[in-house]
Design a binder for this molecule. Structure first.
Ligand code: AHG
Ligand code: MN
Ligand code: MN
Length: 339
């Protein structure tokens, strides 16, 4: 069977459906090339000397793994000179990274989590890269962009996606016209469209949450998981299965393909009040993909894509996946905190 390449798909979207502009198309191609380079680096593992920690901390106070930093560098280098960006922001950089003056500047902003699921690197479990593309606001024309220019709700994303480095390397992408999955043919070096128009099943019976945090959860989350655990004889009337990979990319990839609900809720820990995951380069791109695939994504009570960010590294609660399950959890939150 002959598969369409990522380039063919993007050119079609640009020419026939007008769902992507020429410079965003080029930008997505560049990001996808960087993901190929990250994939090669990841797959070398111990042979490439890329496992283990650097001993440094990022702005979030997390110990940086070698691959966090290497992946960040690969993305920065690949995207600096292409001409479609004004600036970038990353989980691994405290401040935004404006395009250096030696290169032409473009009208887009790129945000990324260069390596998601860092705790899985050294144990050879799936990890990934997440990215989100925004446009430079009109009022920033003719001046240098600032962090404030990045602070746009997720509804403004023009494209988003992730690469997952698992048994296969895949790129899952939306330009606002459904969700497409491309598998990397590493011999040819091309991304081939293998998963066309991914749709999340509406009703499912699988949940993903780090159960070790149960004692810190808010009441609506406790209630929902409690009901799941009661199985067929409980109020939900079905037996649930559980999965937790501890790489959001891999957990969301499973949900896009076979449904279920993923939760990293806010909790009562001092570090958990706002949630763990970052709004702009984890929650927003994943929420865009999930909604484009027919699912839902909320922070508890509200739609994630509607949140007005206050800072690039802001955190949020995340509950996303199959529509019926997410709406149930939202109703449980609204019962205690009316919207
Ligand atoms: P990152 O590696 O980019 O810091 O993100 C890790 C995130 C996310 O991928 C995952 O769902 C979650 O942290 C896992 O957290 P726990 O270790 O608390 O389960
Ligand atoms: Mn992450
Ligand atoms: Mn990361």
């Amino acid at each position: 069977m002959k598969h369409k390449t990522l380039t063919q798909y993007l050119v079609e979207q640009q020419r026939e459906h007008k769902s992507v502009s020429a410079d965003v198309r080029l930008l997505i191609e560049t990001v996808s090339r960087a993901c190929k380079a990250i994939s090669t680096t990841v797959h070398k593992g111990a042979l490439g000397g890329v496992l283990g920690s650097l001993g440094t901390e990022n702005v979030q106070g997390e110990i940086q793994k070698k691959l966090d930093v290497l992946s960040n560098e690969i993305l920065l280098e690949a995207n600096e000179w292409g001409g479609s960006l004004a600036a970038m922001a990353s989980e691994e950089m405290e401040t935004i990274h404006p395009i250096p003056n030696e290169y032409p500047k473009g009208q887009n902003l790129l945000l990324f989590d260069p390596l998601d699921g860092s705790s899985n690197i050294d144990v050879n479990v799936s990890i990934g890269t997440i990215f989100s593309i925004l446009q430079v606001p009109a009022d920033a024309a003719g001046r240098d962009v600032t962090e404030a220019d990045f602070l746009q709700p997720g509804t403004r994303q023009v494209a988003a996606g992730y690469a997952v480095y698992g048994p296969q390397t895949m790129l899952v992408l939306t330009v606002g016209a459904g969700v497409m999955g491309f598998t990397l043919d590493s011999e040819m070096g091309s991304w081939l469209l293998t998963h066309e128009n991914i749709r999340i099943p509406e009703q499912t019976a699988e949940f993903a949450i780090n159960m070790s945090n149960m004692r810190h959860w808010e009441a609506p989350v406790k209630r929902y998981i409690d009901e799941c655990l009661q199985g067929e004889s409980g109020p939900l009337g079905k037996n649930y299965n559980m999965r937790w990979i501890a790489s959001m990319v891999a957990d969301v990839h499973r949900i896009l393909n076979r449904g279920g609900i993923f939760m990293y809720p806010r909790d009562s820990r001092p570090s958990g009040h706002k949630g763990k995951l970052r709004l702009m380069y984890e929650a927003n791109p994943m929420s865009f993909l999930v909604e484009q695939a027919g699912g839902r994504a909320i922070d508890g009570t509200k739609r994630i894509l509607d949140i007005q960010p206050q800072a690039v590294h802001e955190r949020t609660g995340v509950i996303l996946g199959s529509r019926a399950e997410v709406e149930r959890v939202q109703a449980y939150h609204q019962a205690v905190t009316p919207a």
